[in-house]
Design a binder for this molecule. Structure first.
Ligand SMILES: [Zn+2]
Length: 418
């Protein structure tokens, strides 16, 4: 049932959909759901359909509901898994995206005096552009750290008394390592919150524990997508639970087919689904029943913070297209990442999945702490423990600290090849 607030956002979306050639065509055969506002008979949309449309009909495809001169902001996905999606916004859409961030910051219990730092170069993806502009609009301090070395960014944090840093889990980890190496004391520094996105990680217990200890700050997970907008924020009072902006999105879940589930023997896997979103805020390029490809576990009921409505347990559990099959075992990379980060001797890693005929090999390249002479024994112990945990064998290699690529954006931790 729509609340009056949702209703006031839903109707302009309906008007927009009727002006979009893409959606008009789609609703020809499935009109009842749109007319009644239930969308019940509207087919789910996936990324491949949008990419095919944009490949045929220009950068925005036939999705826009407005003439192209009304699209004043354009972003594109990072394209880590193929061709990037292009998404445009009208001035009104953009304002509403900033409103969504205001709500996310309220969930994160951001104060009026918090001082924000964005330690990366701003690319074409929506990422933190909308967050930055929402902070700027609110009158809070905000600083962009593009074009700087990581060390210079750490000095900015101290010099400008930064209390909130927005970045990816990998880069937050890299900054913490670098601070330690350079004798900088992050734990007693000014940062009190890290808002992390771009990769699953901040909700993984081992990753969160490591980052909270090394920064002396609360780690909050956030997720959003270029084609969708900002969607969720972890509750500071309920670790690992992300509140969804259910006033801004129609939220549905799509049950996962059996082959995409990962059994853990406790029946919990049945609760995993794919997140499906309809955005009420973006009317220049509307999106209805979009299958995000994100694996989630949903819950609702009252939260400790008093907010009601749906929450993601454990954030984004992984991308459906990330699943690996290694020697007959279904495994998602983030399960391996969380396991690796729970070992303090692991400083960084990269995973490589090699397909050789019908066989596949998983190779984990590790940067380990301690003297070089101890690495091979540590790697052997890790390999044994890995086989106990995941029921298949992974090869472990060690490299010098600093060998693996460090990036301020989504890391390239996983490589597939043959
Ligand atoms: Zn809460």
């Amino acid at each position: 049932m729509l609340t009056p607030l949702m209703e006031s956002r839903f109707h302009p979306l309906m008007v927009a959909l009727q002006k979009s050639p893409f959606w008009s065509e789609r609703f020809k055969e499935h009109g009842e759901g749109i007319r009644s506002g239930t969308f019940a008979d509207v087919p789910y949309l996936n990324k491949a359909e949008i990419l095919a449309n944009q490949a045929k009909a220009g950068p925005y495809g036939t999705i826009p509901s407005v003439p192209s001169d009304q699209i004043v902001r354009v972003h594109q996905s990072s394209g880590t898994s193929g061709t990037p999606l292009v998404w445009g916004d009208t001035a009104g859409d953009w304002t509403r995206l900033l409103d969504q961030w205001d709500e996310l910051f309220a969930i994160a219990k951001i104060s009026g005096t918090d001082r924000f730092f964005f330690p990366f170069s701003f690319g074409p993806f929506l990422g933190f552009w909308s967050a930055f502009e929402a902070v700027a609009r609110s009158g809070r301090f905000c600083l962009a750290g593009g074009g700087l070395t990581s060390l210079a960014r750490l000095r900015f944090i101290e010099a400008h008394h930064i209390s909130v840093v927005l970045t990816t889990p990998s880069y937050a980890n890299h900054l913490a390592e670098l601070a330690l190496k350079n004798g900088m004391d992050l734990v007693n520094g000014p940062v009190r919150k890290l808002i992390l996105a771009g990769e699953p990680g901040a909700s993984m217990p081992a990753v969160k524990a490591r980052l909270e200890a090394s920064w002396g700050a609360v780690v909050l997970d956030h997720h959003g997508m270029t084609e969708v907008g900002p969607v969720s924020m972890e509750c500071p009072l309920a670790k690992g639970e992300l509140h969804l902006l259910d006033d801004w999105y129609r939220i549905e879940i799509f049950p996962l087919p059996c082959r995409l589930r990962v059994g853990e023997g406790n029946g919990g896997e049945e609760l995993e689904s794919e997140l499906v979103l309809t955005s009420y805020s973006r009317r220049g390029m509307p999106l209805v029943r979009y299958r995000t490809g994100d694996r989630v576990r949903m819950t609702d009921g009252p939260c400790l913070c008093g907010r009601i409505g749906p929450r993601l347990q454990g954030g984004i559990l992984g991308r459906l297209d990330d699943m690996m099959i290694v020697r007959g075992n279904n495994v998602y990379p983030n399960a391996i990442e969380d396991w690796l980060w729970s070992h303090p001797e692991v400083i960084d890693f990269q995973g490589k999945l090699l397909e050789e005929g019908s066989l596949s090999r998983l190779i984990l390249t590790l940067e380990l702490s301690g003297p070089r002479a101890s690495w091979s024994e540590k790697a052997r112990v890790l390999a044994r423990s890995f086989a106990d945990r995941f029921l298949f064998h992974a090869e472990m290699e060690t490299v010098e600290i600093g060998t693996l690529p460090k990036t301020e954006h989504k890391s390239r931790r996983w490589i597939r090849g043959n």
